[in-house]
Design a binder for this molecule. Structure first.
Ligand code: ARG
Length: 567
C-alpha cells in the first residue's frame, strides 16, 4: 500500500536511476532524524548488478535527482556506504499536514486502499461455560484493532466471534450438571459451571468411567437428544450473558457470533468432500488427514465418531467463503494454537479452497503477571472482570490524588477512571507486536507518563483544552524560521496514513500505537518549551495542536481506546 509521498519518490528515483524496469525501490524511515524522512538502499542494490561502487552510484543518482522537477524535498544526501536520504521541504510537509486535517480527503484516500476487498476477522472467541479469561482479552483487543484498521482502509470487514460452544467438553459438563448441579438450570451461574467442570476432572481421575459417560453425552448432543440440548442451551445462555457484560465494558461489538455449534450440520459435507478428494483416511478408527511436512496428522473425527475442533474450523472456512467471498481471513488466536492453524490451513489448501483467499493466524503471546500482583491459585484462570474492576479502583485512586481530576465533577471522575482503566488494559495488549509475551504491571498500564493509554489520552485532552480556549482559524503559513520542536512535529504528521497501512499489512496494531506515542512525546516536548496562545505565531501553533489532536483522536479510535475531552 503506497501513499502519495512514496509514489512520488519512487517515480523520481526510477527516472534518476535510468528507468531500469523491474527494479524494486524500497524506502524506509530512518530511526534517527539526522538521516532524513526517508532512506533508500537502491544504490547498494544496483551497484551490485552494475558492478560499480555503491557510493559513487549513489552520488550520481543524487545528481540526477537534483535535475528532476519534483521539488518536494529540500535535501538529498548520500550517507554511509551508499544510502540515499531524503528530507521533505517544509512547504510540502505543511501541505501534507493540511491534507491530514481534511477528514474527508484523508478518509477517501485511505478507503481507496481496500476498495472491493473483504476480510473476515475471527477474534475474541471465548469458550462457553468458562469465564472470559485473560487469553481471550488479547484476542478481543488485537482482533478489534485489526478490524478497525482494515475498516479504515476501506475493506469490507466482517467480525466473527467463533465461540467455543461445541465439543466433547460439553458431554462432560452435562454429566457433571446431571450428577452434582442444581436441579433448576436457570439458577446456575458461570462460576458453578466452572466448578462443575473442574470437579468432573477431579472425579474422573479416580473414576475413568465418567469419561466414557461424557463421550456418550456428547454423542447424544450431536444426535440432538432433547435433554442434552436443553442442558447445553442453558450453559450457552448463562455464558452469553456474562460475555455480553464484558463486551459492554470493553466497548466491543462483534458483527457475528456463529460459534462452533452453528456448524453441526455443516461438517458432514466437509467430511464427504475430503473423502471424495481422497485426502482423508481412516486410521485406528479415526478420520485423519496426513499433511506433508507435518508430523502430526489433522484429525477430522475421533475414533468414537465425534467431530473435532478442526473439522468445525474447516466447515467455518467453507461457510465463510460462500457467504462473504473474502480475500483474507484473519484468526486472532493464541500462539499455543499454532499447530492447529498450520493443520487447518494445510487441509484447506489440500481441499483446493485457498486459491482466492489468504489465511492468516495472528498468534498472540501470553500475558505474564508481575510477581505477586495477580497471583493465580493453582490452575485457576484469571477472570477478566476482576482485572477490570481492580483497574477502575486503582484509576480512581490515582485521579483523586493527582492534578488531573481537580476540576472534574464526581461523575466525570468516574467516567475518566473507567476510560483510563479500560483504555490502559487494552493498550497494554496493543503496544507491542502481538507475537510477544507481555508483562502486566499496573504501574505501567495506568501510568500517565510512559508508553500507555493514559499518557495518550492525557496528551489528547491537553490539545482539546488548548483548542477550546482558542481554535485554529483560516489559513496557515510557515513562519519565517521554524524551531526544532515545530519541525519535528511537521516531520511526523505525514506518516499517519502510511502507519495505518503498515499496521494493517502486518496485522500489528503496535505500529500505530508506537507512532501515536512518538507523536505525543514530540508534542509534549514542543508544549513544554513554547507557548501556543499569545505567541507571535499563534495560528501556526494552533494548527500544529489541531493536527496532533486529529491524529491522536483518530488513532485512538482505531485502537479502540476511549477519547476524553477533559481529564
Ligand atoms: N475457542 C477457542 C479457544 O478459546 C478459540 C477459537 C479461535 N478461533 C477459531 N476459529 N479456531 O481456544
Amino acid at each position: 500500500m503506497e501513499f502519495e509521498e512514496i509514489k512520488r519518490l519512487k517515480r523520481t528515483v526510477r527516472k534518476a536511476i535510468g528507468g531500469e524496469k523491474g527494479t524494486a525501490v524500497f524506502f524506509e524511515h530512518p530511526t534517527l532524524p539526522e538521516h532524513g524522512d526517508y532512506s533508500t538502499n537502491i544504490a547498494l542494490i544496483l551497484a551490485k548488478k552494475r558492478k560499480t561502487s555503491p557510493r559513487q552510484l549513489a552520488e550520481e543518482i543524487v545528481e540526477n535527482l537534483k535535475k528532476e522537477k519534483e521539488k518536494i524535498w529540500e535535501k538529498v544526501e548520500v550517507a554511509g556506504p551508499g544510502f540515499i536520504n531524503f528530507w521533505f521541504t517544509k512547504e510540502y510537509l505543511l501541505e501534507r499536514a493540511k491534507f491530514i486535517n481534511h477528514r474527508q480527503k484523508l478518509k477517501e484516500t485511505l478507503q481507496k486502499k481496500g476498495k472491493g476487498k473483504t476480510v473476515v476477522i475471527d477474534y475474541s472467541s471465548p469458550n462457553i461455560a468458562k469465564p472470559f479469561g485473560i487469553g481471550h482479552l488479547r484476542s478481543t483487543n488485537i482482533g478489534q484493532a485489526i478490524y478497525n484498521l482494515y475498516r479504515t482502509l476501506g475493506w469490507k470487514t466482517v467480525g466473527d466471534n467463533h465461540l467455543g460452544d461445541w465439543g466433547t467438553q460439553f458431554g462432560k459438563l452435562i454429566v457433571a450438571i446431571k450428577k452434582w448441579g442444581k436441579k433448576d438450570l436457570s439458577a446456575l451461574t458461570i462460576k458453578d459451571l466452572e466448578e462443575l467442570y473442574v470437579r468432573f476432572h477431579q472425579e474422573a481421575s479416580r473414576n475413568p468411567s465418567l469419561e466414557e459417560e461424557g463421550r456418550e453425552w456428547f454423542k447424544k448432543l450431536e444426535e440432538k437428544d432433547p435433554e442434552a440440548v436443553r442442558i447445553w442451551r442453558a450453559c450457552v445462555d448463562i455464558s452469553w450473558r456474562e460475555f455480553a457484560r464484558i463486551y459492554r465494558l470493553l466497548g466491543v461489538k462483534i458483527d457475528f457470533a456463529y460459534g462452533e455449534s452453528f456448524y453441526q450440520d455443516k461438517m458432514e459435507e466437509v467430511v464427504k468432500e475430503a473423502e471424495e478428494k481422497e485426502i482423508a483416511k481412516k486410521s485406528k478408527g479415526a478420520l485423519i488427514v496426513e499433511i506433508p511436512g507435518l508430523s502430526a496428522p489433522a484429525m477430522l473425527k475421533k475414533s468414537d465418531g465425534a467431530t473435532t475442533y478442526l473439522l468445525r474450523d474447516l466447515a467455518a472456512i467453507k461457510f465463510r467463503l460462500k457467504k462473504w467471498q473474502p480475500d483474507l481471513i484473519i484468526y486472532e488466536v493464541g500462539a499455543d494454537q499454532s499447530l492447529h492453524f498450520k493443520q487447518l490451513f494445510a487441509v484447506a489448501e489440500m481441499l483446493g479452497w485457498t486459491k482466492k483467499v489468504r489465511l492468516i493466524h495472528v498468534a498472540h503471546g501470553m500475558i505474564r503477571w508481575e510477581k505477586g500482583k495477580f497471583s493465580t491459585r493453582k490452575g485457576e484462570t484469571i477472570h477478566l472482570e476482576e482485572v477490570i474492576q481492580e483497574g477502575i479502583k486503582r484509576a480512581k485512586k490515582l485521579i483523586a490524588s493527582s492534578q488531573t481530576g481537580k476540576n472534574l465533577s464526581q461523575k466525570e471522575r468516574e467516567k475518566v477512571a473507567q476510560a483510563v482503566a479500560i483504555g490502559g488494559i487494552k493498550f497494554n495488549d496493543l503496544k507491542q507486536e502481538p507475537q510477544k509475551d507481555i508483562i502486566f504491571s499496573w504501574e505501567k498500564v495506568l501510568s500517565f507518563e510512559g508508553y500507555s493509554a493514559p499518557y495518550l489520552q492525557y496528551t489528547l485532552a491537553r490539545c482539546f483544552s488548548i483548542l477550546k480556549k482558542k481554535s485554529f482559524s483560516g489559513e496557515v503559513s510557515l513562519p519565517e524560521k521554524i524551531n526544532k520542536e515545530e519541525e519535528s512535529l511537521l516531520r511526523t504528521f505525514y506518516r499517519f496514513p502510511e502507519v495505518i497501512a503498515m499496521a494493517a499489512e502486518n496485522f500489528s496494531p503496535h505500529f500505530l500505537a508506537q507512532y501515536l506515542f512518538e507523536l505525543a512525546q514530540k508534542f509534549n516536548l514542543f508544549y513544554q518549551k513554547h507557548k501556543v496562545l499569545g505567541s507571535n505565531r499563534e495560528n501556526f501553533r494552533l494548527f500544529l495542536v489541531l493536527t496532533v489532536k486529529n491524529i491522536l483522536q483518530q488513532g485512538l479510535e482505531i485502537l479502540g481506546i476511549e477519547v476524553l475531552e477533559r481529564m
